[in-house]
Design a protein. Sequence first.
Length: 157
Amino acid sequence: MVLRFDFFQRLNEIVTSHHAMQGSNEFEIGIAEIDLQHRQLGHLLERLKESTEKQYGFAANAILAELAIETRIHFAVEESLMRLLSYPGAEAHIAEHRRLTEQLEKFRKRAQDFDISDGLSGFIQTWLIDHVNMFDRQFVAHFISKGVDPHAVPRPD
Ligand SMILES: [Fe+2]
Ligand SMILES: [Fe+2]
């Protein structure tokens, strides 16, 4: 039997143990600002899961709309960094972002007409966690070698 991966439990562990385990767990890649954006996306997905479980269709659609905006910003940040720092894997990574954006749009359309709770865990797994682990993690060494400060975080407002 394949054990089901409990994303939200893991996300919670990661957030609560962030300071103790910085950079040493599966979800964090070790560049603070990008990790922060990933956590924000994870938080939106957590809210999406909650609203789906409670069958709040309107809320789920609003969260998916917010997720689309935040994702566009996040992908643009990563893509700019990859281009500016001449990352060799940029083309394949950007193509994967396009694929994920299309997947999100399809998921949003489905959410407007159907209950999305069945496919939600799989969507979160492939859409956020697999991408972070298979793609984002690969640019870390290159970015740091080109001078990115892994500890730099945005100033509070
Ligand atoms: Fe990415
Ligand atoms: Fe990312």
